[in-house]
Design a protein around this ligand. Structure first.
Ligand code: NMX
Ligand code: MLT
Length: 482
C-alpha cells in the first residue's frame, strides 16, 4: 500500500545543478587554492537568477517517487530521499564513483610506477571535484595530507585511557571525537560565519581529519596488538604505504593491496549506514569530526562494515570445527546450511541494494589471483563463492545471494600477516572517510538542509489503513516542509 507520495524539489535542484556543472580549474599550481575555487562555484551557480531551469526545480514539487508501509518499517530500502554527489550504485552493475566503475578507476586514476593499483589520494580528488586528477594533482593532495598528519597528543592520551582490549572501532570513534578540539568549523561558526561560507572551514576540517586518520588507526593497532610499540610515519611514502608502514607491514605487495582496499571501500552512494549517519549528523551543522564519528559508529555494526571481521571469524570457526585440512565444497555447504539453521547470517553475503556479485569483491579476487592464488584462506573464500549463492538463493527470501566487499578482504589481510581481524573495520573506516567527508563538504557547499523526516506511530498507520483501504495513494498528512 502506498503511504504518501513525496516531493524533493530542492534535492532535485541540487542534483541537476551539480550534474550540469562543469568544474574546470583556473590553475593547478596551488592545490588548496584550486580545490577551494572549484568549491566556490556551486553556490554562485545555484544563485544565478538567469538559470531558470535550476530555479524551477529548486522551488518545484516534481515527484521523485512513492513508497509503501513495508519500506517505512523495513529500513527505507529503495526510497530515493537523499542526494549524494560522489557516487551512485546500480543494483546489477555495482558502484560508480563520479561515473566511473571500479575497473575504469583502476585504469584511469594515477598510480605509482611500482604499483598498478590507484592512489586513493586521486580517488579523493575525483570524488571531491568530479575530475580525474593528473599525477601532479595527486601529489598536491598527498602533500597537504602529509603536512597535516601530526595528531595532537591529547588524542593518544584519550585513547590510552581505554582498556587495551576495547574494540578497535570504539577506540577509533573516540580518537576521532578527541580530534574535534581542532575543528575550524566550530571556531568559524562561533565567530559568526556567513552560511554561504560553511563549506570552507568544513573543507579544512575534512582535509585535516583525513590526513590524521591513518596515524590514529595505526596507533590503535600497535597499542592493541603490538604491546604499544609504535612506528613513526615515513613522510616519503604515499598515504596508503605510510599507513601500512605505521601498522608494521612494509611489504610492497601489501602497500599495493592497501591502495586498492582504501580506494574501493571509499564510497557506496549516500544511503548506506556510515554515509547516511555522517550526512545526517552533519545536517545539524555538527562538524566533520562529530559527523564522521557517527558514521564510524554505524560502520561498526555487524550488518555493515564489521562484516569483514565476521567473515574471517566465520571461516576460522568453520576450519576449527571441520578440521584444519583442506575443506571440501560439501563440508562448506554443510556449514553454510548449519549457519542458516541457527538463525544467523552468512557474513559477507547479501546486500540491501546490490543484486549481483559486488565488483569490489571481484577487484579483490583479481588482485588475489595475481598475488597469492595458492593462499589457503583465499581459496576457501573462492570455494564459499562457488557454493553459497545457490544455497542462499534456495531460501527464497535472501534478495541477493552474492558476495559483497567484505567476503574477500579478510583473507587478503591474513595473507599479508594482519591477522587481528577485530581491526579490519578500522581499515574500512579510514577508506570510507574519503567518500563521506568529500560528500560532507558538498552538503555544506550546496546548503543542504537539516534532515528531519516525519515519523508516525503504528496506531497512526492502522488508522490510515482503515481510512484508505480503497485508495492506493493518499496524502493524509502533509509532508511539505514545516
Ligand atoms: N545470510 C543469512 N540471511 C540473510 C543474508 C545472509 N547473508 N542476507 C540476507 N538474509 C536474510 C535477512 O536477514 C532477512 O531475513 P528476515 O526476513 O528473517 O529478517 C532476509 O534474508 C531478507 O533480507 P534482504 O532483503 O535480502 O537483505 P537486507 O537488505 O535486509 O539486508 C544485509 C542486507 C547486507 C544486511 C544482509 O544481506 C546481511 O545481513 N548480510 C550478511 C552481513 C553482511 O555481509 N553485511 C555486509 C554488507 C556490506 N557492507 O560492508 O556493509
Ligand atoms: C557499503 O559499502 O556501504 C555497503 O556495501 C553497504 C551498503 O551499500 O548499503
Amino acid at each position: 500500500m502506498q503511504l504518501i507520495g513525496y516531493t524533493q524539489g530542492r534535492a532535485i535542484g541540487i542534483a541537476i545543478d551539480v550534474m550540469q556543472k562543469n568544474y574546470k580549474h583556473a590553475t593547478k599550481k596551488e592545490a588548496l587554492q584550486t580545490l577551494k575555487s572549484v568549491l566556490e562555484n556551486p553556490q554562485s551557480y545555484l544563485q544565478d537568477p538567469s538559470l531558470s531551469k535550476v530555479a524551477e526545480v529548486l522551488t518545484g514539487d516534481t515527484q521523485l517517487g512513492s513508497y509503501n508501509i513495508s519500506q517505512a518499517y523495513g529500513g527505507m530500502k529503495s526510497m530515493m530521499a537523499l542526494v549524494t554527489e560522489t557516487s551512485l550504485l546500480d543494483p546489477n552493475e555495482g558502484i560508480r564513483f563520479r561515473g566511473y566503475t571500479i575497473p575504469e578507476l583502476r585504469e584511469k586514476l594515477p598510480n605509482l610506477e611500482s604499483c598498478n593499483e590507484p592512489l586513493p589520494e586521486g580517488l579523493f580528488y575525483l570524488l571531491l571535484l568530479d575530475e580525474i586528477p593528473t599525477f601532479k594533482d595527486v601529489q598536491h593532495v598527498a602533500n597537504v595530507w602529509a603536512r597535516r598528519a601530526i595528531v595532537p597528543l591529547h588524542v593518544f592520551k584519550a585513547i590510552d585511557r581505554l582498556p587495551r582490549d576495547t574494540h578497535p572501532m570504539t577506540q577509533f570513534s573516540i580518537g576521532i571525537m578527541a580530534m574535534q578540539t581542532e575543528s575550524h568549523f566550530v571556531k568559524a561558526y562561533r565567530e559568526g560565519i556567513n552560511k554561504k561560507e560553511y563549506w570552507d572551514p568544513m573543507y579544512e576540517d575534512v582535509m585535516t581529519l583525513i590526513a590524521r586518520l591513518p596515524r590514529v588507526a595505526a596507533y590503535i593497532y600497535r597499542r592493541s596488538y603490538k604491546k604499544g610499540k609504535h612506528i613513526e610515519p615515513n613522510p616519503d611514502l604515499d598515504w596508503s604505504a605510510n599507513f601500512a608502514h605505521m601498522l608494521g607491514y612494509d611489504q610492497p605487495d601489501f602497500y599495493s593491496y592497501l591502495r586498492l582496499f582504501l580506494t574501493i571501500h571509499a564510497d557506496h552512494e549516500g544511503g548506506n549506514v556510515s554515509a547516511h549517519a555522517t550526512h545526517l549528523v552533519g545536517s545539524a551543522l555538527s562538524d566533520a569530526y562529530l559527523s564522521f564519528a557517527s558514521g564510524m559508529n554505524g560502520l561498526a555494526g555487524p550488518l555493515h562494515g564489521l562484516a569483514n571481521q565476521e567473515v574471517i571469524r566465520w571461516i576460522l570457526e568453520m576450519k576449527k570445527k571441520l578440521g584444519n585440512g583442506g575443506l571440501s565444497k560439501e563440508e562448506i555447504e554443510g556449514y553454510i546450511r548449519q549457519t542458516l539453521s541457527e538463525g544467523k547470517v552468512v557474513p559477507g553475503y547479501g546486500h540491501a541494494v546490490l543484486r549481483k556479485t559486488d565488483p569490489r569483491f571481484i577487484a579483490q579476487m583479481e588482485f588475489a589471483k595475481k598475488h597469492c592464488p595458492d593462499d589457503e584462506l583465499v581459496n576457501i573464500v573462492w570455494n564459499v563463492y562457488e557454493v553459497a549463492p545457490t544455497i542462499l538463493g534456495e531460501t527464497g527470501k535472501i534478495k541477493n545471494p552474492w558476495p559483497n566487499v567484505d567476503a574477500h578482504s579478510g583473507s587478503l589481510l591474513v595473507h599479508y600477516g594482519l591477522v587481528e581481524y577485530d581491526f579490519y573495520t578500522v581499515l574500512f573506516g579510514v577508506s570510507r572517510a574519503l567518500g563521506v567527508l568529500a560528500s560532507l563538504v558538498w552538503d555544506r557547499a550546496l546548503g543542504q538542509g537539516i534532515e528531519r523526516p516525519k515519523s508516525v506511530t503504528t496506531g497512526w498507520i492502522k488508522e490510515f489503513i482503515a481510512k484508505n483501504t480503497a485508495k492506493t495513494e493518499a496524502p493524509a498528512i502533509s509532508t511539505t516542509a514545516e
